[in-house]
Design a protein around this ligand. Structure first.
Ligand code: MAN
Length: 347
C-alpha cells in the first residue's frame, strides 16, 4: 500500500529551475538528491544531468576529458548505434551515458521551496574513474563531517566514490571506496560495536544479481566483512534489482532502511527493510508490498517513466521527509510516518 504523503507542491525542482553548469549544455533532468540539515536549513545535493541541445539527425553527449567537457556526436542513421534505453548509448561495443551528471547544492528554510545559495560550488566528477559523471549521492553526517557516497561512472565501470566536507566549500577526496560494479552506497551515521557500516549494491552479471549488501570498516575507507542482506524476489515488485536509499534510520525496533526495487518492466518502487540494531546484517522484516509506487503523472511520465527513486531524507521524530527523483526527470518530496512504516512491516 502506498503510504507516502506527497507534497502538494510537487514537483519541487524541475530542469528549468536549475542553471546549466556551462555554456553549450542544457539541463535535461534534476533528480535523486542527497538530503541533510546544515545551518538550520534543509539542503539537497541534486543530481543534475546535462547534454547539448540535440540537433535533428544526430545524438550528442558530453563526457569529461583531460581538458574539461568534450562532446561526442553520433549519426542516428549509423547501424552501429543502439538507443533502446534512453539513459544509455551503445556504439560499436562501447557504452556511454546519454547525459553527464554532476551534483548541485540547493537549500531551503521550509523544506519545500529550494534555491541555489551563492558561494557553494557544484561538485563535478574528475579523473579517469568519473569521465561519465557522478550520480545519486547519499549524504551521511558522522560527528561534524558530512560524507558523500555517490556513483562514479566511466568506461572503466560504475563504482562508489566518496568525498567528505565540513562546510560544503572545501572537500576531501577519498577516491573510489568500492570498485565496479557497485552503486547505491549508504553509510550508517554511527558506529555499531566500534565499526562503521555501509549498505551497498554490487551487481553480478551471471550468477547472482543486483542485491543489497552490507560491509564494515574501521575507518570508512577500508571495507570488508561483506555480506548479502537481501536479494531480489522473483515474481514480486522488487524482482530484478534492489538498492539502499539514504542512511539507515535508528528506531527502537531496529535500523529502518528505505530501499528501491525494480521489476522486469523497470517499474521502480520504494519499500522498507528493518535491520537488527546490534547485528545490522540480520534482516528482521521486509515490505511485501511497496510503501510507495509511481502513481502521479510526474512519476509515470518523463525521461524514464514509472520511477520513484529515493537516496535522501531528513528525519524529525516520527516523520521522515523523503526527497526523491520522479520519472528520472524532476525532484519531489513526500512524508512518511516511521510508526506507519513499521506497522506495514508487521512490527
Ligand atoms: C543506470 C541508470 C542510469 C545511470 C546509470 C549509471 O543505467 O541508473 O540512470 O545513469 O545506471 O549509473
Amino acid at each position: 500500500m502506498d503510504i507516502a504523503r506527497r507534497f502538494p507542491e510537487n514537483p519541487i525542482l524541475r530542469p528549468q529551475d536549475i542553471r546549466p553548469s556551462r555554456v553549450g549544455l542544457k539541463v535535461e533532468y534534476v533528480i535523486n538528491p542527497g538530503a541533510f540539515r546544515y545551518q538550520e536549513k534543509t539542503w539537497l545535493l541534486l543530481r543534475v544531468a546535462e547534454r547539448p541541445e540535440q540537433k535533428p539527425g544526430s545524438i550528442s553527449l558530453p563526457i569529461l576529458g583531460d581538458g574539461g567537457v568534450e562532446i561526442l556526436q553520433f549519426d542516428l542513421a549509423d547501424p552501429n548505434l543502439d538507443r533502446s534505453d534512453p539513459r544509455i548509448i551503445a556504439y560499436d561495443g562501447q557504452q556511454y551515458l546519454t547525459t553527464l551528471s554532476h551534483l548541485r547544492l540547493v537549500s531551503s528554510e521550509d523544506g519545500v521551496h529550494f534555491g541555489e545559495p551563492p558561494g557553494y560550488p557544484p561538485v563535478h566528477g574528475h579523473g579517469d574513474l568519473e569521465t561519465f559523471g557522478i550520480e545519486d549521492c547519499r549524504v551521511t553526517r558522522i560527528e561534524d563531517t558530512y560524507y558523500l557516497t555517490f556513483t562514479s561512472v566511466s568506461s572503466h565501470g560504475v563504482g562508489v566514490g566518496m568525498r567528505s566536507t565540513r562546510d560544503w566549500r572545501d572537500y576531501t577526496e577519498n577516491g573510489m571506496i568500492l570498485p565496479p560494479h557497485n552503486k547505491d552506497c549508504a553509510l550508517f551515521d554511527e558506529q555499531i560495536g566500534g565499526r562503521y557500516y555501509a549498505l551497498h549494491r554490487p551487481s553480478s552479471v551471471e550468477i547472482g544479481g543486483n542485491y543489497l549488501w552490507i560491509a564494515e570498516s574501521p575507518d570508512l575507507w577500508h571495507w570488508g566483512g561483506h555480506r548479502c542482506l537481501a536479494m531480489a524476489r522473483p515474481g514480486m515488485w522488487d524482482q530484478v534489482r534492489i538498492g539502499a536509499g539514504a542512511a539507515p534510520i535508528r528506531t527502537g525496533h531496529g535500523w529502518l532502511v528505505i530501499y528501491h526495487g525494480a521489476d522486469a518492466g523497470s517499474h521502480y518502487c520504494l519499500g522498507a527493510i528493518l535491520l537488527d540494531l546490534e547485528q545490522p546484517w540480520r534482516v528482521l522484516a521486509r515490505s511485501e508490498e511497496p510503501i510507495m509506487e509511481p502513481t502521479f503523472d510526474y512519476e509515470r511520465t518523463g525521461f524514464f517513466g514509472e520511477v520513484v527513486f529515493c537516496n535522501g531524507h531528513v528525519v524529525d521524530g516520527d516523520e521522515i521527509t523523503i526527497y526523491y527523483g520522479a520519472a528520472d526527470s524532476v525532484t519531489c518530496g513526500a512524508r512518511f510516518s516511521i510508526s506507519e512504516i513499521l506497522q506495514s512491516l508487521g512490527i
